[in-house]
Ligand binder design. Structure first.
Ligand SMILES: [Zn+2]
Length: 406
């Protein structure tokens, strides 16, 4: 940074550090006890057994040593062994409380769709996150998980469709939005027209037949909770029906885009595949929040520029790219109107990911905006206003909720 950028940078960093954050896409934390292996696994998207070097000698590892070590009372850049020892010494509750509170996140929109049986219930997460900090959670319902749970109780394809409709309305009463992982279940090329009733009936009937495991099916179908009943939803018609339902209901639909786990085919997670669906749904009243987006942040920004109902974030990759997060934050500010950019951590399982998501966003945003001030003549108060839009104001406008008490 040039010398004349330093005063602007200090002012922006100070203002952005003080901002409350709405994390519009996060997951709950792993329940205790948390082993070293659990922690290391939760810090990477890789699914092979992870070693300390793979985690600590990475951008995320350096960011963790810089930001999380001081939250645990260590010097910045304490090494991995010291970090793990301090975590052990403090214990699960205290380490979790310190890391979450250092994030400054006030509201979490929680998606419980990934391995919920291993995660804390919302009330418990709120207790740990909120102790003394007043943090709150709201629910995002994952559509595929909801449909799968409905199918395990259904006695026919038609019965599934009826139960699904009731379950969706019931979920809508308490959720602030929905999420789809269509990218993982065949890809983002969703159809530009809503499936017809007969297409949906055929698809539900076929899925019911396929998911009724031999040996557990009876004349009346499967009973609730039959062991062995497998109901993984991969049917493209049903997934399209769910996405169209959310849009026509005028809901916010979060959509996984780009970077994810190894079971994602990256070439099917490119947001350009969504363009026909986006174009066809722009007058439904529904809104689409493209999640993560890395490495397709510029493509997502283009879609947010072109279509009134498209929003984006760059969560997940922010903490993973650490000191390179400036590039990512700058790309979110390329083509997307500033009112369409959201903050998220996509933290899953461990509080380090919460703090790192917040810290890397705050640091990178301060740096990027300071350069606009110093080099491009932006007024400092306008730069601060833009940061505040992304920190929480856009989320309140999109989800139609007051998340930050004032
Ligand atoms: Zn996520």
């Amino acid at each position: 940074m040039t010398a004349h950028a330093e005063p602007a940078h200090a002012e922006l960093a100070h203002a952005i550090d003080a901002m409350p954050l709405v994390d519009h896409h996060a997951h709950s934390l792993l329940r205790p006890p948390l082993t070293e292996g659990d922690l290391l696994d939760a810090l990477t998207q890789a699914e092979h057994a992870t070693d300390r070097a793979a985690v600590f000698d990475s951008q995320l590892g350096f960011a963790l040593r810089r930001h999380c070590a001081p939250a645990l009372g260590l010097a910045a850049f304490a090494d991995g062994a010291e970090y793990l020892a301090a975590r052990e010494r403090l214990g699960f509750d205290e380490a979790t409380r310190r890391l979450l509170q250092a994030s400054g996140i006030r509201t979490y929109l929680i998606d419980d769709g990934h391995a919920p049986e291993r995660l804390m219930p919302d009330a418990e997460f709120e207790r740990v996150a909120g102790a003394g900090a007043g943090a709150r959670t709201h629910r995002i319902v994952r559509l595929e998980a909801l449909a799968e749970s409905v199918m395990t109780h259904a006695v026919s394809g038609m019965d599934f469709i009826e139960r699904l409709s009731t379950a969706l309305e019931h979920a809508a009463a308490s959720a602030v939005g929905f999420k789809t992982i269509a990218a993982y279940r065949g890809g983002l090329a969703l159809p530009a027209t809503k499936p017809t009733t007969s297409e949906l009936t055929d698809a539900a009937t076929a899925w019911f037949a396929a998911s009724a495991s031999p040996g557990t099916a009876t004349a009346a179908g499967r009973g609730a909770g039959d062991p062995g009943a497998s109901a993984r939803l991969t049917d493209r018609v049903i997934i399209a029906h769910l996405a169209w339902w959310a849009m026509e209901r005028g809901a916010v639909l979060q959509m996984h885009v780009g970077f994810g786990d190894p079971d994602l085919r990256l070439d099917r997670a490119d947001p350009f595949l969504l363009q026909p669906f986006i174009a066809a749904t722009q007058h439904t009243g529904g809104r689409l929040a493209l999640l993560h987006c890395y490495p397709y942040v510029r493509e997502a920004g283009m879609l947010a520029h072109l279509y009134p109902h498209v929003y984006l974030d760059a969560g997940l990759a922010l903490a993973q790219v650490g000191a390179n997060a400036d590039t990512l934050v700058r790309e979110t500010l390329d083509l997307a109107p500033f009112s369409k950019v959201l903050f998220s951590t996509d933290a899953w399982g461990v509080p380090e990911r919460v703090l790192l998501g917040a810290r890397t966003w705050r640091d990178a945003t301060a740096g990027v905006l300071a350069a606009y001030v110093a080099d491009r003549g932006w007024p400092v108060d306008e730069a601060i206003r833009v940061a505040e839009l992304i920190a929480w104001r856009n989320a309140e406008a999109l989800y139609g909720h007051t998340f930050i008490e004032r």
